[in-house]
Write a protein that binds this ligand. Structure first.
Ligand SMILES: CC(C)(COP(=O)(O)OP(=O)(O)OC[C@H]1O[C@@H](n2cnc3c(N)ncnc32)[C@H](O)[C@@H]1OP(=O)(O)O)[C@@H](O)C(=O)NCCC(=O)NCCS
Length: 230
């Protein structure tokens, strides 16, 4: 599994490079009532992944509809995240007693379309990307930054339920360790518990970039282990 490698111990996950046949609940079918086939496939397959992860947590199958802009519904007592991009789908889940929230994202290891980088990055991030590109031109570092910020947003949303702009956090990617650090820059961003200074992980594999940000729960007293961040 690819996704497992960017997640801390205690988070269950599943991923696939192929479509999975998965029976959907009526509530889930409503979420994709007017969707094109491509959307139906990614929606179905990623729910197959999510149910595998939930089963590893000992949870029964439950409907996980997705309301536009609000993300998927996870069963009581669970936090999780889903991602799908061309040729890859993944889901991750953990107990809310252990984890406050999590976000995962996958992208093709290809440069972002013209004009996107400027929209999603800060000058300090662009300086870092330039340095990374000079050291290792084999990966699309701009796309990695985008993916990491999508992971940040997916972890942010279930906790805060409001908008977080790309300019409100700086994400500094560390190449040797496969980690990234989140810096909350705005008052809005700083109100999210555990976000400022949080470490996520990334990797490049089989033409995909995968990122994850997992925030420990406030009362678990849990800290991400050195092994996870090394
Ligand atoms: C919501 C968003 C992050 C999803 O990004 P994406 O590249 O389309 O994500 P993926 O295709 O990898 O994953 C889609 C899945 O994300 C999940 N998702 C969607 N909205 C979500 C939200 N608000 N919160 C958490 N998860 C969400 C869903 O599970 C969705 O799949 P599903 O509809 O089949 O259930 C993106 O569309 C967005 O709105 N970004 C702008 C905000 C932002 O990124 N700010 C940067 C802050 S630093």
């Amino acid at each position: 599994m690819v996704i497992e490698r960017v997640l801390p111990e205690g988070v269950a996950s599943a991923d696939t490079f192929e479509e999975i046949e998965e029976a959907l609940f009526d509530e889930e079918l409503s979420s994709i009532e007017h969707a094109v086939e491509r959307r139906v496939l990614e929606f179905t397959t990623v729910r197959g992944c999510a149910r595998r992860a939930l089963s590893d947590l000992g949870m029964a199958r439950t409907p996980m509809p997705s309301k536009s802009g609000h993300g998927p519904q996870w069963p009581q007592g669970v936090v999780g995240s889903m991602t799908h991009c061309e040729g890859y789908r993944a889901a991750a889940a953990g107990y809310s007693s252990q984890w406050l929230s999590m976000g995962i994202d996958a992208e093709p290891d290809l440069p972002t379309p013209e004009g996107v980088l400027k929209e999603i990055s800060l000058p300090r991030e662009r300086r870092l990307l330039k340095a990374l590109q000079a050291i290792d031109p084999s990966h699309a570092w701009d796309r990695l930054l985008f993916s990491a910020k999508e992971s940040v947003y997916k972890a942010w949303w279930p906790v805060m339920r409001r908008w977080l702009g790309f300019e409100e956090v700086a994400v500094m990617v560390d190449r040797p360790t496969g980690a990234f650090t989140v810096h909350a820059l705005s008052d809005n961003a700083r109100t999210c518990p555990m976000l400022d200074g949080a470490h996520g992980r990334w990797l490049a594999d089989q033409g995909h970039l995968v990122t994850a940000l997992v925030l420990p729960s406030l009362d678990s007293g849990k800290r991400l282990s050195r092994d996870y961040l090394a």
